[in-house]
Design a protein around this ligand. Structure first.
Ligand SMILES: Nc1ncnc2c1ncn2[C@@H]1O[C@H](COP(=O)(O)OP(=O)(O)OP(=O)(O)O)[C@@H](O)[C@H]1O
Length: 421
């Protein structure tokens, strides 16, 4: 996302303090922990292995086999066995300067014809009109895929126009690009950024998505607009995100694995409702040779969120998203990034630090200092950490499904409201 990035992360442990409303028993998690079919899996190879290897070494997930069943709910193996110096979420690399839009636009062909109503194909004329010829004034961000512009379609719809950078483009990706975007454009959920369509013209690859006006979750955690996200809002946002991922995982007969759940991919509306962005785009940005340039970009850019079992096996499943979601939960309630390289060693990996405190019965000390350390907030934090501890279990089969996470979060919100009433 934009240039406002930093680093952070963490883990969990077992509570036996806080006599708040009963928390889901360990067994309630294990009910949902059985592994799903391998239908949605993919294998990444090549360069990814070497990059990923670095992170395997950094995190070296402990395989505490003794903690598989109900015991795993409390202190089961986690992925944070080391506090090695991990370079956390770093900025994506800038794409090279592109040819001017005017130059491309001058090539009159099919792409400049007006779009059929309902078509997801955009014409270059539409895109250049919407973005005022890719006006720098309308640039809203830069990510691994390329540059993002705010735009307005003829009918007034605000859109985000994501223009692939050169390094992402490859002729061999043509068919895949189209089929991916066509598939993604059918996915509709209140908490997912809607994909409106694409432009595939010459060496241009452009994706047009719903514009979400109120910045990223990461920016809000940093109070970029001067406002502190309340605990209730954070809980709502966590639930919105869980709904979105659950929807992707249960999407028709072809589950979609997001692959890049992180706070900078969560966009907020004016009413602070969350919309998850960039689902399914990882493959669009993949290097056709290695099978995954963007995956390696992600390994670098979002190290703190990466499933250690994925790093070991290169097999991506829905449970990899669950792991990232667990890290995100810790981030939302501590306010810290998954990896905070400037902190002292024991606090550098946020989830590990938080889990340790949680297990010591001192969860409240990891609450975002911008929030009041009240009993009600403490209760929520305890339960959130308990859930995220399960999500970040080193063994994916012990992690809950996203559907289960939703249920747990609903209960936490219910308990919170009751406590406040
Ligand atoms: N749909 C959108 N609506 C409004 N702004 C957006 C939208 N999508 C992206 N942005 C802005 O553009 C920035 C870059 O987004 P992009 O998704 O390309 O990169 P990223 O997710 O931060 O990076 P990476 O590719 O490494 O995951 C975001 O930080 C956000 O500020």
């Amino acid at each position: 996302m934009s240039g406002r990035r930093r680093h952070s992360s963490d883990m969990m442990s077992t509570p036996d303090r806080f006599s708040y409303p009963p928390s889901p028993s360990p067994s309630s998690y294990s009910t949902y922990s059985s592994e799903k079919s391998t239908s949605g899996r993919s294998r990444v190879k090549g360069a990814a292995r070497s990059v990923a290897g670095v992170f395997v070494a950094c995190f070296s997930p402990p395989d505490e086999d003794s903690n598989h069943h109900s015991s795993s709910a409390y202190g089961g193996s986690d992925a944070f066995s080391s506090t090695s110096d991990v370079s956390g979420a770093s900025d994506s690399t800038e794409g090279k300067k592109r040819g001017t839009a005017r130059g491309i636009y001058a090539t009159q062909n099919d792409s400049t014809r007006m779009r059929e109503p309902g078509s997801i194909k955009f014409t270059l004329a539409e895109i250049t009109a919407a973005t005022k010829n890719f006006s720098p004034a309308l640039k809203v961000g830069q990510g691994g895929f390329g540059t993002v512009y705010k735009g307005q379609l003829k009918d007034g719809t605000l859109v985000a126009v994501k223009r692939a950078k050169k390094s992402v483009y490859d002729k061999n990706l043509g068919g895949e690009f189209l089929s991916e975007v066509q598939a993604l454009s059918k996915v509709e959920h209140l908490n997912l950024v809607k994909c409106y369509g694409y432009l595939h013209h010459g060496d241009e690859r452009i994706i047009v998505v719903e514009y979400v006006a109120n910045g990223t979750l990461r920016e809000h955690l940093e109070c970029f607009n001067g406002n502190v996200l309340s605990l209730a809002s954070r809980l709502d946002i966590a639930i919105d995100v869980a709904h979105a991922i659950t929807y992707l995982h249960t999407y028709t007969d072809h589950p979609i694995i997001h692959r890049d759940i992180k706070s900078s991919n969560i966009l907020l509306t004016d009413k602070l409702r969350a919309k998850v962005a960039d689902f399914g785009f990882a493959r669009l940005a993949a290097d056709p040779e290695s099978g995954q340039t963007h995956v390696s970009t992600q390994v670098k850019g979002t190290a703190g969120y990466l499933d250690p079992e994925y790093l070991k096996t290169y097999q991506l499943t829905e449970k990899s998203d669950v792991y990232s979601f667990g890290i995100l939960l810790v981030e939302i309630f501590t306010g810290r990034r998954p990896v905070e390289t400037k902190r002292e060693l024991e606090e550098r990996v946020t989830a590990r630090w938080a889990m340790k405190k949680f297990k010591e019965g001192d969860a409240i000390s990891v609450l975002d200092p911008k929030l009041e350390a009240s009993d009600a907030n403490g209760m929520v934090l305890e339960k959130i950490l308990e859930l995220s501890l399960h999500c970040v279990n080193g063994h994916r089969k012990n992690r809950p499904t996203m559907r289960r996470c939703v249920e747990v979060l609903w209960n936490i919100r219910k308990d919170y409201k009751e406590l406040l009433d």
